[in-house]
Write a protein that binds this ligand. Structure first.
Ligand SMILES: *Cc1c(COP(=O)(O)O)cnc(C)c1O
Length: 418
């Protein structure tokens, strides 16, 4: 062997094969993934290690909204990969400035901050709201109000703001001055939002909490109450934003404008990126050094997000989302009608839909999702009582037909005790 041959041999060492079982041996056990390990995907088509095909109605939990390996997104990443990956926050970069300009032109916002996830976007939003209130009203205006069953991420601050106690169990002491109120309850909001509140955080459509849209009057009330008390209204659009409801952001459909909006998930179609959008006035509370992140807004993430935004934010694309939503919802309503012992109702907004289980099948959402996987359909759940569908926004009518046929077969299998 020559020296070069030896080096080449060393550069491509034998890689030991891995299986689903490897997960249980080497991963910190915070997930319980399916036995199926995806290895390749395009659009809504996914293939596992054995070459078995699946129709993906999860979009990686509302992330790959343009479908897997969308050519425009792949090209944006590839082109930027040859130019510049990372410079650090001592320098800005062209893609991030283009992305910030595009997002502020498309929304109520004047300013953008970029990070790597939904939790980080919400963390930034709540820190900004605290600082804004402290600067204008003093340190006693520090309470954050959020909703029961809400989900805002897994950092200690955001998970504590989230309204699902099972996610904070064992992590105490938790940050103080956080108040949880029932979702869509105007009276509770009236009572909780006083002069000591700096921020009200709400998902316009609750995702993890069960696929529940806010009522328009509720968001209108929150807007009014926040303006009256000097609290900032934060819309967490990490799941419901970026075209999911058929509007670029859900607030546009409600006609209620927040002070801060957070986005992540579908913003990068699978490339990790999060954003916090806000007004000039609110952003002005932060100065250099007040907040930051190493990777946030790096050129790779920004190039991908810009390509995603330009693709999603056209009237034709968003109109098609509404059309697909109507078709899918109508077909799911028919499933609920045909299986009244299993399903109670269909709810949600746009292509964020949930099938809530009837009393007799409460707690069985996971069983239905598993049965669907056996039929070659990937589905999500939202808690134990709701089957959740988040297909890529580019889903075709034929894929909707096929998915609903597979749901019917899966439910038949569950009913047969298979
Ligand atoms: C997923 C989600 C988050 C958390 O996003 P991560 O990227 O997992 O940190 C926050 N809010 C909502 C509404 C979400 O759906």
């Amino acid at each position: 062997m020559t020296v070069i041959q030896r080096l080449e041999a060393k550069a491509t060492p034998d890689i030991e094969p891995v299986t689903r079982k490897t997960f249980d041996e080497v991963m910190v056990p915070v997930y319980a993934p399916s036995e199926m390990v995806p290895v390749r995907a395009h659009g809504l088509d996914v293939w596992d290690r054995n070459g078995k095909h699946y129709l993906d109605f999860t979009a990686g939990i509302g992330v790959t909204s343009l479908g897997h390996t969308h050519p425009v997104v792949v090209e944006a990443l590839r082109a930027q990969a040859d130019k510049l990956w990372h410079v650090g926050n001592g320098y800005t970069n062209e893609p991030v400035l283009q992305l910030a300009r595009a997002l502020t032109e498309a929304t109520f916002a004047d300013r953008a901050f970029f990070c790597n996830s939904g939790a980080e976007a919400n963390e930034a939003a709540c820190k900004l709201a605290r600082k804004y209130a402290h600067a204008r009203f003093g340190p006693s205006k520090s309470r954050v109000v959020s909703c029961v069953n809400s989900f805002h991420g897994r950092t200690l601050f955001t998970v504590s703001i989230g309204g699902q106690p099972k996610y904070t169990e064992g992590f105490g002491p938790l940050p103080p001055e956080l108040v949880h109120i029932p979702f869509n309850d105007i009276e509770a909001a009236h009572a909780a939002i006083g002069d000591d509140v700096c921020a009200v955080v709400v998902e316009p459509v609750q995702g993890e909490g069960g696929v529940l849209p806010a009522e328009k009057a509720y968001l209108e009330f929150l807007r009014e109450r926040c303006s009256a008390t000097g609290a900032l209204l934060i819309f967490d659009e990490v799941q419901c934003g970026m075209g999911r409801t058929g509007e670029l952001f859900a607030y546009m459909g409600y006609g209620v404008t927040p002070d801060i909006l957070t986005a992540a998930k579908a913003l990068g179609n699978g490339y990790p990126v999060g954003a916090m959008l806000t007004t000039e006035t609110v952003a002005g509370t932060f100065a250099p050094g007040a907040h930051g992140t190493t990777f946030g807004g790096n050129p790779l993430a920004a190039s991908v997000a810009l390509a995603v935004l330009q693709t999603v934010n056209t009237p034709a694309f968003l109109a098609r989302v509404k059309q697909s939503s109507a078709l899918l919802a109508q077909k799911l309503v028919a499933v609920v009608r045909d299986y009244p012992q299993v399903f109670a109702t269909v709810r949600g907004s746009g292509l964020m839909l949930g099938m809530a289980l009837a009393d007799a099948y409460r707690g069985k959402a996971k069983d239905i999702a598993k049965a669907a996987e056996a039929q070659g359909l990937m589905l999500l759940i939202a808690g134990p009582d709701v089957v959740r569908l988040l297909p890529a926004l580019v889903v075709s009518d034929a894929q909707i037909d096929e998915a609903v046929a597979r749901i019917r077969r899966a439910v038949d299998a569950v009913l047969a005790g298979a």
